[in-house]
Design a protein around this ligand. Sequence first.
Ligand code: NAI
Ligand code: 15L
Length: 268
Amino acid sequence: PAPRTVLLTGAAGGLGTLMRGLLPAYGYELRLFDLTPIEGERDAIAGDLADKEAVREAVRGVDAIIHLAGISLEAPFEKILRANIEGTYHLYEAAREEGVRRIVFASSNHAVGFTPRPREGDPLIPIDTPHRPDTFYGLSKCFGEDLAQLYWDLHGLETVSVRIGSCFMEPTSVRMLSVWMSPGDAARLFHAALTAPDVKHTVVYGSSANTRLWWDLSTARALGYEPQDDSEQYAEKLIAEQGELDDANPAHACLGGHFTTNPPQWPH
Ligand code: NAI
Ligand code: 15L
């Protein structure tokens, strides 16, 4: 049966807030979990992924999990270790112990961030391109994907790992014209990931159907995802402001953009 109650971790964050607005229309009852307390919601838990017991309690009784919580940018290794690596392990252990059957994991393009961006005429980046993390942050997403594979192979716990591009209301850079995922498409993709049959561990790229797309969306489409948006409507304005991507600029060479420069520079 399709999942009904879904634990949304990271619900106070940017993407979590957008999904709290959009996912109930698909019929889900959301339980929210975040370090930051969320006021005015019926089922919201303030807790730390580092707290194994708190995570287990949050997971108890839900049908599925969308795991967005964690540090979402580069940070010192010790912080990434605690929130993203140990935290994601706690979540998978809790899901296994509580019998939750499926997790949608917010992976990131930064798991493969040092992959050169396709130039004109190049093929799209395939889903099985090797991990090439561009930061400790990206490395933690590689760990999450491998953890998901282990829990499928060993325990039969299913995951869709979504290598999200840039999910914000609008793209704000020329790079984002290629990797942007509109909030509406994010909700469509998460819904497909929650409801497609027999996903085992499936890795997908998460973006809209952008004209300047860099990667292969076929595994996402195979889940039933039909993206409705394209960043191209923002292209003229962004290119007029920022210029085209420049091969001489190291921050434009790879998928991960500014994350591949050391130290990472903002904005990206
Ligand atoms: P965000 O930084 O706005 O939200 C992350 C949330 O996780 C925050 O509300 C924070 O309080 C919570 N959190 C952090 N550490 C925690 C801990 N130890 N225990 C409990 N909660 C904790 O990030 P955003 O943009 O909403 O991203 C959500 C997820 O999607 C992240 O895992 C991020 O890595 C991933 N992602 C997002 C992309 C985007 O474009 N928004 C792109 C690629 C991946
Ligand atoms: C990510 O993984 C970050 O969480 C998000 O804030 C954006 O920086 C995004 O990647 C991106 O690559 O634009």
